[in-house]
Write a protein that binds this ligand. Structure first.
Ligand code: HEC
Ligand code: HEC
Length: 467
């Protein structure tokens, strides 16, 4: 219930909230002190009001919203390899951010950083699909021999700038004016929220035995031999390659900085953004879908996947970044799940380790943004579904017709088969998860089509059709 109250907001704040991916923003925030942040937030607001053209606005958002915490971590940025940001002019800092963005981009597409020499970040995060895979596998295959299956579906890398740092008890100043409301566990990167910064996140796939299967040494050797080696030395110092650790850190920071490029990662250029700005009209099906999406008695989708602007005018992220248990069925085709005793319990492990033994975190996964969701080919943390129709049917009929989703053993449905029973109290029970067998499903098939039509308006790169 508390959670639900806390739902009606996005997570972009002015000068209060924490940071995540944000090296670029970190560096810039060292320039923009907190009151500078506030005026930038105003820029963001007016740009948001002016509509979708907003990448300047989002630049400002990234700064303005994170001023306080960013200033604290800016010491990290200064400690990052390369010329210190102390004593640098504004122009120099911007230039360094530009260099790191350009390097990060090249490394993002560079398979030589991987153990196999065949896999780059882009192999799993394709820019054509909002940085998700081009194939429809449930989970991707990687590793030194390119035969090792992963255990989770690949999330989009867009709009991560709005994810707050992980917190067990999130308090949101945008929440109907009441910051005392505890929104529960929120934020952090990856499905279980286990890291807060893009640099720490990038370390995971680079070193994972089932992803890029590399080492700091291999990465250093690859960068030294890469076409961008010279640019790398220019950005981080002539002798950077002498220090493997420093090189690896600079790689991670550059990837993080690239992931903060607003025009690539958070352009807010969807039809829905244009609609909010009064510059596009939704079709009747899309409008019906929006209503069905927002309706608290129907899908209640917007309670977690926020669809309205925040009070400060910042655009909706289509997630409140809460960690929630929705009881997704076990994906029996995953290699890890061949072991019947294995469970991916999200925030309480096994991938995440700091909250093990904390039962209240078992089964929780971070609510993903639905921006660009129509470009995805596998859905939910375990990639079990491959069409939005299937996802919608799950939301609509999970509780009214559970036998359609969970195994039936000796005539009995084994509901929530991917979450051991002792954790069922963690499952969300608000609408649409408040029905029982015999009730009408949340949506009819026609309504499902409408909601999907609406979800299609969240894809970036919308152009008004020429008349
Ligand atoms: C083999 C496929 C694969 C490769 C290669 C890969 N990733 Fe990922 N990425 C994933 C998966 C799967 C997740 C979700 C992991 C989890 O929840 O444990 C993820 C999560 C992320 C996230 C967090 C997204 C979120 O919603 O919080 C970021 C950021 C990211 N990857 C960046 C990168 C970068 C940078 C690289 C290259 C260094 C990279 N990835 C390489 C599969 C991949
Ligand atoms: C109580 C919060 C909550 C509500 C309400 C909710 N969702 Fe979700 N949604 C989540 C979480 C959490 C996940 C990820 C679950 C997982 O993978 O275990 C998710 C995942 C999704 C996905 C898959 C996205 C991806 O990238 O894999 C879609 C699509 C989606 N939701 C749409 C909807 C729609 C449409 C509604 C309304 C019918 C809705 N959601 C209601 C929390 C919620």
């Amino acid at each position: 219930m508390l959670r639900k109250l806390a739902r009606r907001s996005t997570r972009i704040r002015t000068c209060t909230r924490s940071a995540r991916l944000v090296l670029a923003a970190v560096v810039l925030a060292t320039l923009a002190a907190c009151d500078g942040g506030a005026s930038q937030a105003q820029d963001a607001e007016s740009a948001a009001k002016n509509g979708v053209n907003a990448h300047d606005a989002h630049d400002a958002n990234a700064n303005g919203s994170n001023g306080a915490k960013l200033m604290k971590i800016s010491t990290n940025a200064a400690a990052a390899p390369g010329p210190a940001s102390h004593g640098q002019s504004r122009a120099e800092v911007y230039a360094q951010v530009r260099r790191m963005t350009a390097l990060g981009k090249q490394m993002f597409f560079d398979p030589s950083l991987s153990g196999s020499g065949k896999m780059s970040c882009a192999t799993c995060h394709s820019p054509d699909r909002a940085f998700t895979p081009t194939n429809a596998l449930d989970v991707q295959i990687g590793g030194a021999d390119m035969h090792r299956p992963g255990m989770r579906a690949v999330p989009t890398l867009k709009y991560l700038q709005a994810v707050p740092a992980f917190s067990e008890h999130y308090h949101d100043s945008d929440d109907e004016g009441d910051e005392s409301v505890d929104a529960g566990p929120t934020g952090g990167l990856t499905w279980d929220g286990r890291v807060d910064h893009g640099a720490d996140q990038a370390r995971i796939p680079l070193l994972s035995s089932f992803e890029m299967a590399s080492t700091p040494r291999k990465v250093t050797d690859a960068v030294r031999a890469a076409p961008y080696a010279k640019a790398f030395r220019e950005a981080f110092g002539e002798h950077i390659f002498d220090d493997e650790d420093a090189t690896f850190k600079a790689v991670l920071k550059s990837l993080e900085t690239f992931e903060q490029a607003p025009e690539v990662f958070y352009p807010y250029s969807s039809k829905y953004d244009a609609y909010l700005a009064g510059k596009a009209t939704l079709t009747t099906a899309e409008l019906r879908g929006l209503q069905l999406f927002n309706d608290e008695k129907k899908g209640n989708c917007a309670s977690c996947h926020i669809s309205q602007r925040a009070k400060d005018g910042s655009p909706p992220q289509f997630s409140d970044f809460g960690l929630i248990a929705v009881g997704v069925p076990r994906n029996r085709t995953l290699a890890v799940n061949r072991d019947p005793r294995f469970f991916d319990l999200g925030a309480c492990g096994p991938e995440r380790t700091d909250l093990d033994h904390r039962d209240e975190f078992c089964g929780l996964f971070r609510t993903p943004t639905l921006r660009n969701v129509a470009l995805k080919k596998s859905f939910f943390h375990n990639g079990i579904y491959h069409s939005l129709e299937d996802v919608m049917r799950f939301y609509s009929r999970r509780d009214t017709n559970p036998q359609e989703f969970y195994p039936v053993v000796k005539g009995r449905v084994r509901k929530f088969d991917d979450l051991p029973r002792q954790y069922w109290t963690n499952l969300n029970t608000d609408a649409p998860f408040d029905r029982k067998p015999g009730d009408a499903p949340v949506y009819t098939e026609a309504e499902i089509k409408d909601v999907i039509a609406f979800l299609g308006t969240l894809t970036d790169g919308w152009q008004p059709s020429a008349h």
